[in-house]
Structures are given as structure tokens and as C-alpha cells.
Ligand binder design. Sequence first.
Ligand SMILES: CC(C)(COP(=O)(O)OP(=O)(O)OC[C@H]1O[C@@H](n2cnc3c(N)ncnc32)[C@H](O)[C@@H]1OP(=O)(O)O)[C@@H](O)C(=O)NCCC(=O)NCCS
Length: 185
Amino acid sequence: MTDSSVTIRDARPGDAPAIARVHVRSWRTTYPGLIPAAFLVGLSESAAAARWEAIVRSRGPGRGALVATMGAEVVGFASYGAHRVPVADLAGEFYALYLLDEAQGRGIGRRLLGAMAERLLEAGTRSAAVWCLRDNPARWFYERLGGTRMAERPIRFAGRQLIEIGYGWRDLAPLARLSAGPEVG
Ligand SMILES: CC(C)(COP(=O)(O)OP(=O)(O)OC[C@H]1O[C@@H](n2cnc3c(N)ncnc32)[C@H](O)[C@@H]1OP(=O)(O)O)[C@@H](O)C(=O)NCCC(=O)NCCS
């Protein structure tokens, strides 16, 4: 289902506190049982806001952050750029994609992923990857949207040993066509 009241746009520095709020709330609903509770309890919106403001201000061709808004409220965000942890020879990376619980399951994640693909393609980045915890059911979302399981790696996070799966898209063009919603393309 596509929600026509949702807008996807490039993030502005003034969005940083709202992005941080979604970040902290979404981590606390997504990661219990996966990431230690003490880490989730210790997340700070003000610290996250400062980091997000810096990320948003450093936007350039092929790297940046997006927000999904319903009315005036930011309900989701995404960030992307050049690959940080390589998956095969894929050039770009989707760094983050998080929605509030109540905004999930309405096609907003699909539109944000599509919009990131569109931004990367506009900058000449034709392929990308995403790293997702193996035990996060969100990875089925990436499989649903055509991501190919291409890599696996152990990581140590907040004192816990975890496994991440790397999904890849060798051609971002089909994904970019999703940015307007599933009825397009
Ligand atoms: C993962 C996330 C971004 C997906 O966004 P969303 O708006 O809920 O997903 P959409 O409604 O756009 O779903 C697109 C398709 O993926 C499917 N899908 C979404 N989440 C899924 C899941 N957990 N398992 C299986 N399929 C899923 C949907 O059913 C839909 O399929 P369709 O083509 O048949 O309609 C969102 O659920 C979220 O923010 N989750 C918590 C945070 C998180 O884990 N982020 C990823 C970190 S790597």
C-alpha cells in the first residue's frame, strides 16, 4: 500500500533532532534481544542529533540523508554514500534505513530505498550494498526488493558477537524506479 500523505525528501540540518528521535525510538523497538539492553537504554537523542546534523551538512553528490514525513512529522530516515565495508565490487552503500513502528508496512521503506538508489545513480554510482544483522527480520525486506545475499561477516557490537549479512544490487536502476511508489515502474 502506498501512502500519498507521505513525502520523501533530502534531509535538512534542521531535521537532525527529528531524525535522532526516530533513530533512538526505532533502535529501541528493532534491536531488543539482538543488541544489549544497556546500549539501547543508553542511546541519547541529543548526541544522535549532533551526529545527524553533521551527516546532513556533509551532503554531496552521491552521499546524504533523506527523510520521510507525514504532515510535519518525520517518521523515517535513510542515509547513503560510497561503500564503507565493501561487498564484492559494489560502489555505494545504504548506511541506514529506519522507520517508526507505526509507519512500517505502508511502502515507505520501499520508497526511501528507491530514493537512495536514485540519488546514487544521479551521482554515477551504479551499484550498492547494505549490511543487516542476520537476526533482524528487516533482511527479508531487502530480499523482497531484489537484494542478493553476497557476503557475511562477524562483528563485535556493544560487547556482543553478531553476524551481519551483506546484500547487493549490481544495477540500481530497477530499485530507483521504486522511489515514487510501487505503482510506478
Ligand atoms: C525494514 C523497513 C525499513 C522496511 O520498511 P517498510 O516501510 O516497513 O516496508 P515496505 O512497506 O516498504 O515493504 C516493502 C516490501 O517488503 C516486504 N517486507 C517489509 N518488511 C518485511 C519483513 N520484515 N519481512 C518480510 N517482508 C518484509 C513488505 O511485505 C513489502 O512487500 P510487497 O512488495 O509484497 O508489498 C522498516 O520495517 C523498518 O524501519 N524496520 C525497523 C528498522 C530496521 O530494521 N531497519 C533496517 C536496518 S538494516
